[in-house]
Design a protein around this ligand. Structure first.
Ligand code: FES
Length: 129
């Protein structure tokens, strides 16, 4: 069930058509993989940290335009943050940074928020080893 791309804000279209930080970090310090429970779309997020701050974030998302745009803006928003600060960002934060999402698409930004939380959990687990 894909809505026409014209239903999206200019920012969503821009991030969908020109995704920032797509790809994967080799030897990442943290990785989060999430599946959207509503539709089954997936996001894999890899992070590099330095001094407790996220210095690089890359994503691979298989999903709708809203999910790809949210993944893209997520990688920009979390760069420079601590893991705790990044984890505190919500799906509403990503959606509003994109100029809003159509009502039926709000669930799509949850993928980015969940992938950040999964990466944070992975980071903590690696640190405790
Ligand atoms: Fe699956 Fe948007 S429809 S993330």
């Amino acid at each position: 069930m894909t809505e026409g791309v014209s239903a999206y804000s200019d920012l969503v279209r821009d991030h969908f058509e020109n995704p920032r930080n797509a790809g994967e970090i080799a030897d990442a310090d943290a990785m989060g993989y999430e599946t959207n429970p509503v539709c089954g779309d997936t996001m894999r997020l890899t992070l590099r940290l330095n001094g407790g701050r996220i210095v690089e974030a890359r994503f691979q998302t298989s999903g709708c335009p809203a999910a790809i745009a949210a993944s893209s803006i997520c990688t920009e928003m979390i760069r420079g943050l601590s893991m705790a600060e990044a984890e505190a960002l919500t799906k509403e934060d990503y959606a509003s940074a994109l100029g809003g999402l159509p009502p039926g698409k709000m669930h799509c930004s949850v993928l980015a928020a969940d992938a950040v939380r999964a990466a944070a959990a992975d980071y903590r687990q690696r640190a405790s080893r």
